[in-house]
Design a protein. Structure first.
Length: 95
């Protein structure tokens, strides 16, 4: 499967709350959280299968997404973190 770029820089996205039993590349604390696309890193080998050196499953678009500490953990924190996430883990944030 090969993806095309679905999200634009600055767009708000929601990290899907999926709980696969096999290896996946999304930190638990980001699932269900809203972030902002900082940049599109382009196509990469499927990160879940590349961990097992399997490159035959096509590519996914990788996005660098910005999350504020205040949104993740509450309070008045001003720091941010960035996570590189495959587009298949993201959907458009409502609102």
């Amino acid at each position: 499967m090969s993806e095309t770029q679905e999200f634009t820089i600055g767009q708000m996205v929601l990290v899907k709350r999926l709980w696969p039993t096999n290896h996946h590349r999304v930190p638990y604390y980001l699932k269900g959280k809203v972030g902002q696309v900082a940049t599109c890193l382009g196509p990469v080998d499927n990160p879940e299968l590349a961990a097992y050196f399997n490159k035959s499953s096509g590519q996914h678009i990788l996005y660098r997404v910005r999350f504020t500490h205040a949104h993740l953990w509450g309070g008045n924190q001003i720091d941010e973190i960035y996570a590189d996430l495959a587009g298949k883990w993201l959907c458009k944030a409502e609102g």
